[in-house]
Unconditional design. Structure first.
Length: 579
């Protein structure tokens, strides 16, 4: 049988002379009906451009197909070369025969239109439905992707739904007209591990129900193992290796494929945990001690904006962190991870609780805790040179720029692996990994004793991520730093954390050493987190579809939760007793 999709020697260029600026060079592959092809590679490898070229969406991003063919087998068994298709033909194919799910649902949906209006558009365009028929079809589409209370959710705007719910809406829109091919471009990258597992389970279930083919684009090898039939590895615009799933994962032949598989941290349930710090009886004061930290945000009522309740974002969080130790805080979006960090840094006002930091080498206790944010592109002022960026913490602390300051800048740049001439350059002249190294150097300018790392490596490619993690471990050993490491990536957490605190609905529900927590989780939520982690060993293993929702954190005025009860399972491992 002829393939559903056949891509031959595809070449795509950008700019005024696309023939001279090719981003995709000579890519070829076939996709059979009902088959899933995973395209993997790092940022800039050309995988997303390849996908966008299939339905000619690349035309709207400044790209142009300059060579090759993309042949699609139509429902009537005729074959259409999409590279020469007219716009009228493409309008019928986009959504009707080829569905697309993008990486970031918040930027893919119109923020001023309701969910229902946006889903109905597909039915109006491709199936000619109007009025109540379109509304009923949109409701059925939401129920199909397991969104509870679908009729009410149709009236919501995108800002009223969580990231996982929005991605389900995107899937519902993409599958509205039962396309024979679904292109999923990094559909779970921005999602937490449990939500990611639900999206993967949903895609697998819908694929079984409809028999559709799928092109799944990702950099996560664990996800590839769970969904793909075949894998294509891309580097610098070329397909460097293709083959069956097991062949690529077990016997990769191309050096880049081997490098990619080696760079990705694989979750090993505590077996890959660090052992270079042992928590014994503490003889020194903790670098950071947090007790009873509570953060609540008022909820305004409609009558004269009086407060009708409060969001209990963080409730009674407490822990201590020793010098040279890394404590990872893990949990889903909205669980309170980042709010905890921001409260410690004074970026969010706490309702009550105490937190004490040991100054260490820092000149002031207030300077003892510094932060490295998630996005290195948004963390650096594009108008300032690196020397001015590194000087910012000194000036903010009331200091002056001196020869000693310049020496420290040079030392830290060298220590994070950047050349000395970086001081005269601007942020746009650095790659993503280099920018995050700059952010780390800036955070170290004041000699802090604690670094708060809020998803500090999640925006980086896997190989860059690995080198930044190695750098953080080296700096910790050299300077005796304490790390508060916030992440949703359990494989990364396993490799950098000495201890783990699991936070759920604003409360820590389990805390202990990494090996104990990951190998013998005790709280049901911790077990759910760990069971959702994709690994290379879970090949073609379907995740269980779970539609449970995180309980609302909105409480009435004056509400005080009962004090949690704890149970100890090991010398450094406790968990909340569940009701």
């Amino acid at each position: 049988m002829s393939p559903l999709l056949s891509v031959s020697n595809l070449e795509v260029g950008f700019g005024r002379r696309p023939e001279a600026n090719k981003i995709v060079r000579g890519v070829s592959f076939d996709l059979a009906a009902g088959e899933t092809l995973a395209i993997v590679g790092e940022s800039g490898s050309g995988k997303s451009v390849t996908a966008l070229s299939i339905n000619r969406l690349v035309d709207f991003g400044g790209g142009r197909i300059v060579g090759g063919s993309i042949k699609l087998k139509r429902p009537d068994n005729t074959v259409l070369d999409l590279t020469g298709a007219t716009e009228a033909e493409l309008i019928k194919i986009r959504g009707g025969e080829i569905g697309m799910i993008f990486q970031e649902p918040m930027t893919s949906l119109n923020p001023v239109l309701t969910i229902g209006t946006q889903i109905e558009e597909s039915f109006r365009l491709h199936r000619g439905l109007t009025g109540r028929q379109a509304s009923a079809a949109a409701k059925d589409a939401l129920e199909r992707v397991r969104i509870p209370d679908a009729a009410r959710r149709l009236k919501y705007c995108p800002n009223q739904l969580s990231g996982g719910m929005l991605q389900r809406v995107m899937i519902a829109t993409a599958l509205a007209c039962n396309p024979r091919l679904l292109i999923a471009d990094e559909p779970t990258t921005a999602l937490d591990v449990t939500v990611q597992a639900q999206i993967m389970a949903l895609l697998a279930e819908l694929k079984r129900e409809t028999g559709m083919s799928m092109i799944f684009i990702t950099h996560d090898i664990g996800l590839v193992a769970g969904i793909a039939d075949r894998v294509m590895v891309m580097q610098a615009g070329q397909a460097v290796e293709q083959g069956e799933l097991n062949q690529i994962l077990d016997k990769p032949e191309h050096p880049y494929t081997q490098h990619l598989l080696h760079s990705v941290p694989h979750f090993e349930a505590g077996r890959a945990a660090r052992s270079d710090f042992l928590r014994s009886e503490p003889t020194a004061a903790p670098a950071l001690k947090v007790e009873g930290l509570t953060v609540r945000f008022p909820v305004s009522g409609s009558f004269f904006h009086r407060s009708s309740g409060a969001v209990h974002a963080v409730e009674g969080v407490g822990f201590d962190l020793m010098s040279g130790e890394t404590l990872a805080i893990v949990g889903e979006s909205g669980s309170g991870k980042s709010t905890t960090a921001r409260a410690i840094l004074g970026l969010v006002k706490s309702t009550r609780g105490t937190f004490t930091a040991t100054a260490g080498k820092a000149s002031d206790r207030r300077d003892a805790v510094q932060m490295v944010f998630q996005n290195p592109y948004a963390s650096l002022n594009p108008r300032l040179r690196v020397d001015s960026i590194l000087a910012e913490p000194i000036i903010a602390a009331g200091g002056r720029i001196s020869g000693e300051t310049r020496q420290r800048m040079t030392m830290l740049l060298k220590r994070v692996g950047l050349p000395e001439n970086s001081l005269e350059r601007y942020p746009h002249e650095f790659s993503g990994g280099q920018r995050q190294r700059l952010c780390i150097a800036r955070a170290l300018m004041l000699n802090p004793s604690v670094l708060v790392l809020d998803e500090a490596v999640s925006a980086l490619d896997v190989s860059v991520q690995a080198t930044v993690l190695e750098l953080l471990i080296e700096l910790q050993r050299e300077f005796g730093l304490a790390y508060l490491f916030i992440s949703h990536d359990m494989a990364v957490v396993e490799r950098i954390a000495h201890r783990i605190a699991v936070i759920y609905a604003g409360q820590i529900v389990e805390i202990g050493d990494t090996v104990s927590v990951l190998s013998q989780p005790k709280h049901s939520y911790t077990k759910r987190l760990i069971s959702a982690v994709p690994t290379v060993n879970r090949r073609r293993e379907n995740f269980e579809l779970d539609t449970r929702q995180v309980p609302s954190l909105v409480r009435p005025l004056g509400f005080e939760p009962a004090a949690p009860q704890w149970r100890q399972f090991a010398p450094d491992h406790i968990a909340q007793v569940e009701a």
